[in-house]
Ligand binder design. Structure first.
Ligand code: ZN
Length: 498
């Protein structure tokens, strides 16, 4: 009896174990090892998502056609990808290319589920049934309208022509291009087996974006200030960004921000070479950096008689700033003669330059230099700046900066660099062409007039970047012509040589 029980127990145990491992193998293990294709959320989002399972997204239960499903709430999914605009359109694309598109503002009852039968599947309980896509492969977020501070901007030196985001490019027609990566050869039994490796890229032809009849150079800006000059090329749509590929495909810039047709010959980096040249020939140099003074503002104040001194000089040339057109990057280019790619300053976050600045160069040849700044050190320059506070509390430091510069005009300084800040401050607060900003430009023009009058030697007047209008004020730091094109003037001081 006892033995029988034990044997039965053992048999049950064996069956149990067997069944257990059977279940494991056919239900659980199998499920874990099952191949789940990636569902990609891309386009105009901060984060590209590659979804490989429902579990990571905390799915909800819902009922569709009397069947129970587990699904990811589409709104929650999209929020996780973080769209770059509040208003957007959604495209759901299946592996067969079938695509449903609807606005992103009402997503109640929209779920993404995964089943053995249909793979990833969009089930939208309240939308027309044709919005339900089986074998879903991609969810593309498409920003509505123009978003000049996002995506990629195409411009001339006088006009912003086109803003396009990766989502908008994906939502419309693009070309699929097979990029040849290389070929591999293997010999087996005296037979050569050859394989070509290609990558499939979604591209826009640059020439299709340019206005008809465009001739000349094209300048492409990358996010870290990389630049390349070409006449044509491709834009690769890569997830949530554009990359530029040169016509020969040998050159590539990741995450491009802007393309300028026929950029100016001059650049703010010329400041360095012009100053270096004058110092070498024994001349003194006075450099003015008018912060946030764009070329379009210059022409506006000249036309309206608001630039009494500078308009008596040779007309300013257009000079190219750098991407990003912010103070650190612009000033670094001015004083090093090279762009962010080489000097390492491409945003407000960098203060150290990778190459010597004009102050260091001057110092090496025994020439004294002076950098007259506001209340903050912008960059770690070769000379310590003289900082100026708003001691009289009139809301600007430019009058104190002016006074400090006046006091040093007739010293043994060979290179003086004066950085006026107020045009940027007021432009940001009121707008690039607001009366407050224009009045301040006139004020700075007066400061410069007096300093030039008292200076013996060469004078360079330019800006770190420009400024554009936004609702209620101004902004810079964007790939737009207003931010990227600044005036550049060289003149002679009116003071006597000592
Ligand atoms: Zn600035």
């Amino acid at each position: 009896m006892k033995l029988k029980l034990i044997i039965t127990g053992i048999v049950i145990l064996i069956i149990g174990l067997g069944l257990g491992s059977y279940l494991d193998e056919y239900l659980f293990v199998e499920k874990e090892e099952q191949y789940i294709p990636k569902l990609i959320v891309l386009g105009d989002v901060e984060n590209i998502l590659a979804i490989t399972g429902l579990e990571e997204y905390d799915p909800d239960e819902f009922v569709y056609q009397n069947e129970e499903f587990l699904g990811i709430d589409l709104r929650r999914l999209i929020d996780k990808a973080s769209p770059i605009t509040d208003r957007y359109t959604i495209q759901l694309m299946g592996t067969d290319g079938l695509t449903a598109e609807f606005p992103g503002d009402n997503l109640t009852g929209c779920y993404i589920t995964f089943t053995q039968k249909h793979g990833w599947e969009a089930i939208n309980l309240h939308h027309p049934v044709s919005s339900n896509i089986k074998s879903l492969q991609e969810i593309t977020i498409i920003a509505d309208g123009s978003n000049w501070d996002r995506g990629m901007n195409l411009m001339t030196t006088e006009k912003n022509l086109l803003n396009i985001t990766p989502g908008q490019a994906l939502a419309n027609s693009y070309t699929t291009y097979l990029n040849f990566e290389g070929s591999v050869q293997l010999e087996n039994d005296d037979i050569d087996y050859q394989t070509k490796i290609l990558t499939r890229k979604r591209i826009l032809q640059l020439k299709d974006l340019l206005p008809e009849g465009t001739k000349g150079q094209i300048l492409v800006f990358g996010k870290k200030g990389e630049t390349t000059y070409h006449q044509e090329g491709f834009l690769e749509i890569s997830g949530n960004r554009f990359n530029y590929l040169s016509p020969t495909r040998k050159e590539e810039i990741d995450n491009i921000q802007g393309i300028m047709i026929n950029p100016p010959v001059n650049s703010i980096a010329d400041t360095f070479y012009d100053a270096e040249h004058y110092l070498e020939t024994g001349e003194r140099v006075l450099i003015f950096l008018i912060d946030g003074f764009g070329y379009h503002q210059y022409t506006y104040v000249v036309e309206h008689g608001l630039l009494p001194f500078m308009s008596t000089l040779q007309p300013a040339k257009q000079a190219l700033s750098v991407y990003r057109p912010v103070t650190n990057a612009g000033m670094a280019a001015m004083i090093t003669g090279v762009g962010p790619e080489k000097n390492g300053v491409y945003s407000r976050a960098q203060k150290d330059m990778l190459v010597p600045d004009i102050f260091t160069i001057a110092e090496k040849t025994g020439k004294k230099s002076l950098l007259i700044e506001g209340d903050i050190k912008i960059l770690n320059t070769g000379v310590e700046p003289i900082l100026n506070l708003d001691t009289n509390g009139n809301g600007t430091k430019d009058d104190e900066i002016f006074t400090t510069a006046m006091e040093n005009l007739s010293t043994d300084i060979s290179l003086m660099f004066v950085h006026f800040h107020g045009v940027d401050d007021l432009g940001t607060e009121y707008g690039d062409l607001a009366d407050e900003t224009l009045d301040f430009i006139t004020l700075v023009d007066g400061y410069i007039a007096q300093l030039v009058q008292g200076w013996s030697g060469k004078v360079i007047i330019t800006a770190d970047h420009g400024m554009h209008q936004i609702p209620g004020g101004g902004l810079h730091g964007v790939a737009r012509f207003e931010d990227l094109i600044v005036p550049y003037i060289i003149t002679e001081g009116g003071g006597k040589n000592e």
